[in-house]
Design a protein around this ligand. Sequence first.
Ligand code: HEC
Length: 198
Amino acid sequence: MNMRAFWLGLVVGTVFTCLLGQWVFSAASKEIDPPKGISPKIAADYIHSVIQADRTFYTSEIVERMQAGGIVYASEHWKEDGELPLPAQFVLETGRLVAKQQNGIRYRLISSWPINKKNAPTTEFERIALAKILVNTDHPYTGVTTEGKTRVFQAVYADKALSQMCADCHNVHPKSPKRDFKAGDVMGGILLTIPLPQ
Ligand code: HEC
């Protein structure tokens, strides 16, 4: 091999390796590039998992421990009685605080058989969602709705009787329109509302 051919080979080889390296690098970095923005459905799933975790922790580590120790009990009229809010009220009250923040995110508990009439569905979307989650219990019912001129994303997640205690308390409550809940039944739903870019 003469020197010219050697140098030419070296130059061509180097250029080729650099170009290939660039291509491999850009292909690899495309893979790890995070997608721009997250879908409202995924955002709703994230928020829902936080609400559920907080409610579960409040129920097991505060309400149940306090009650077991005879220290303080959870009661529907917790404000007047100086007791602890029920777990459902914990969700409703934190939802009210969130709604005050003016960033457009809201959540509340709704049901077709509400003990508290304020928790009844108020829109067609909510009524349909409550019927759908009775059948498709493991997936939220979602959709884009409008509030005035504002477009919002809404999701309703089934709220199930995790234990017989949920069912028993609702079944015997004087204001409950349904008296045959069983453990595992869908008792209502968590409605999440997320503002969309307008
Ligand atoms: C000690 C009684 C009691 C227990 C136990 C209880 N709830 Fe309730 N629940 C209530 C009361 C009272 C309300 C109404 C609260 C309000 O709006 O102030 C309510 C509200 C709700 C609502 C909103 C609709 C409605 O009925 O007003 C849902 C959904 C709900 N509870 C589901 C559950 C689930 C699921 C469990 C178990 C994990 C549970 N509840 C355990 C008493 C109870």
